[in-house]
Design a protein around this ligand. Structure first.
Ligand code: B12
Ligand code: SF4
Ligand code: SF4
Length: 317
C-alpha cells in the first residue's frame, strides 16, 4: 500500500485533499506550551490537560512514523457575514450550518483506516482523529503540504482557501511524506485589521479569550461585559478573519449534502431565532455541531446579539 494509493482512496471517500507528514519534532509544535502559559486558551481546560500528548503524536501512538492529514471543503453558496450590514441578521459560522463534521469526517476517516488495514500486507498501529483528539492538526497539515498556517492561524490551501476541516490518521507505516507548504500571506494583514475584538494579537497568534468563536462556543456562563459589544450579531462562532482573506475570494464550494445549511439556520434573523421554542431548537441541534452550546448557550448568545442590535440605529427600526 503506497502513499498515492491512500490519497486516491481518500479522494474516493470524499476528502478534497490528502497529504502525509512525518511524525517528527516539528518546530511549530513547541509554540503550544507558551501559548497556554500566556493564558490564550482561556477556560478550555482540556487543552491544558492534554498538553503533554499534544506536544507530539508519538505521545499518542508511540510507534507513529507518519500522520495522514485530510482537508474537506465545507463552503456553500451563501454570502459572507461581512456582506450583511443588517444588525438583525444572525451570524452562524459557516462550518456549523450542516451536519456535525465530527460525525461526517470521523466516519470517513474510519472508512479510510478500515480500507488501509485490508490493503496493507503488514499490520500497523493507527488512530484517527478529527478536532477533538490530542493532535495539533494545523501543524501536521502544514507539514503534509495541505496549506500554510496563515496570520489568522487558519490552514490555507493555495488551491482551496481556508474553508476546510482537517482530519488526521496517526500511523506507524513509513509512508512517503509530502513537502511542507510555504507561507503565502506575504505583507497582507487584512485578517488582523478586520478582527472586531482584536483577538489576533500577533501574526499567527490568537488570544482565544478575545475571539468571538471562543466567547460564543467554548465559554460557559456569561459573556464578560467588556466583550459583549464585540460579539455583534454572532450567535455561534465567527468567520470574519477568513471572509476577508484574499485566498477565500474565489473559494470553491461543496455540493456535499452534509454541509448544506439546515433550514433553521439558513439566513436566519435574530428575532426568529429568539422566538423559536425549546423543542424546535433541540430538533435543529440534533446531529449539528451547534449542539455543543446546547439550547441554553445558543439562547445566551442570541440575547447578547439582540442587545447589540437594539443598541444600533438600524436595530431600533
Ligand atoms: C482550540 C481550538 C480553537 C480555539 C483556539 C483557536 C486557535 N487559533 O488556537 C477557538 C475556540 C478560538 C477556535 C476557533 C476556531 N476554530 Co478551532 N480548533 C481548536 C483546536 C481544537 C486546537 C487548536 C490549537 O491547538 N490551538 C493552539 C494554537 C497554539 O495552535 P494553532 O492554532 O495550531 O496555532 C499555530 C499557529 O499559531 C502557528 N504559529 C505560531 N507562531 C506563528 C507565527 C507566524 C508568523 C505564523 C504565520 C504562525 C505561527 O503555530 C501554531 C502551532 O501550534 C483545533 C483542532 C486540533 N486538534 O488541532 C481546531 C481547529 C483549529 N479549528 C478549526 C476551525 C474551523 C475554527 C473556526 C474557523 C470556527 C469558527 N468559524 O468559529 C475558528 C477560527 C478562529 C481562528 N482564527 O483560529 C479548524 C481549522 C481548520 C483550518 N482551515 O485551519 C480546526 C483544525 C478543527 C478541524 N479539525 O478542522 N478553535
Ligand atoms: S474568528 Fe472572529 S473574533 Fe476570532 S480571530 Fe477571527 S475575526 Fe477575530
Ligand atoms: S487575510 Fe492576509 S494575512 Fe490574513 S491569513 Fe489571509 S492572506 Fe494571510
Amino acid at each position: 500500500m503506497t502513499a498515492s494509493e491512500i490519497k486516491a482512496k481518500a479522494r474516493e471517500l470524499g476528502f478534497d485533499v490528502c497529504g502525509i507528514a512525518p511524525a517528527i519534532d516539528h518546530p511549530e509544535l513547541h509554540v503550544f506550551r507558551d501559548w497556554l502559559a500566556r493564558g490564550y486558551a482561556g477556560e478550555m481546560a482540556y487543552l491544558h490537560r492534554t498538553a503533554e500528548r499534544r506536544a507530539d503524536v508519538r505521545h499518542v501512538v508511540p510507534s507513529a512514523r507518519t500522520v495522514i492529514m485530510t482537508a474537506t471543503v465545507y463552503n456553500t453558496d451563501r454570502p459572507y457575514s461581512t456582506e450583511c450590514d443588517d444588525p438583525g441578521c444572525a451570524h452562524i459560522a459557516r462550518y456549523a450550518w450542516g451536519d456535525d463534521y465530527h460525525d461526517v469526517i470521523g466516519g470517513r476517516l474510519e472508512s479510510l483506516l478500515a480500507w488501509m488495514r485490508e490493503a496493507s500486507c503488514v499490520p500497523f498501529d493507527a488512530r484517527a482523529y478529527v478536532d477533538t483528539g490530542p493532535v495539533q492538526e494545523r501543524v501536521y497539515a502544514r507539514h503534509a503540504g495541505i496549506g500554510w498556517i496563515g496570520k489568522n492561524t487558519c490552514v490555507i490551501s493555495p488551491e482551496l482557501g481556508s474553508w476546510v476541516l482537517l482530519g488526521a490518521i496517526i500511523c506507524s507505516l513509513p509512508l512517503d511524506v509530502d513537502a511542507p507548504s510555504l507561507d503565502q500571506c506575504g505583507t497582507c494583514t487584512l485578517c488582523i485589521e478586520a478582527c472586531p475584538t482584536h483577538a489576533i494579537v500577533a501574526p499567527g497568534v490568537l488570544d482565544s479569550t478575545r475571539c468571538i468563536s471562543y466567547l460564543t462556543i467554548e465559554l460557559r456562563g456569561d459573556i464578560p461585559a467588556e466583550h459583549r459589544a464585540g460579539v455583534g450579531s454572532h450567535v455561534y462562532g465567527c468567520d470574519i478573519c477568513q471572509e476577508v482573506c484574499p485566498w477565500n475570494a474565489v473559494a470553491p464550494r461543496s455540493d456535499d449534502p452534509a454541509w448544506q445549511p439546515r433550514t433553521a439556520w439558513d439566513r436566519v434573523d435574530l428575532l426568529t431565532l429568539a422566538e423559536k421554542k425549546d423543542d424546535e431548537l433541540v430538533a435543529a441541534l440534533r446531529g449539528s455541531p451547534m449542539r455543543r452550546t446546547k439550547v441554553q448557550g445558543l439562547r445566551r448568545n442570541v440575547a447578547v446579539a439582540l442587545e447589540n442590535a437594539e443598541g444600533t440605529d438600524e436595530g431600533r427600526g
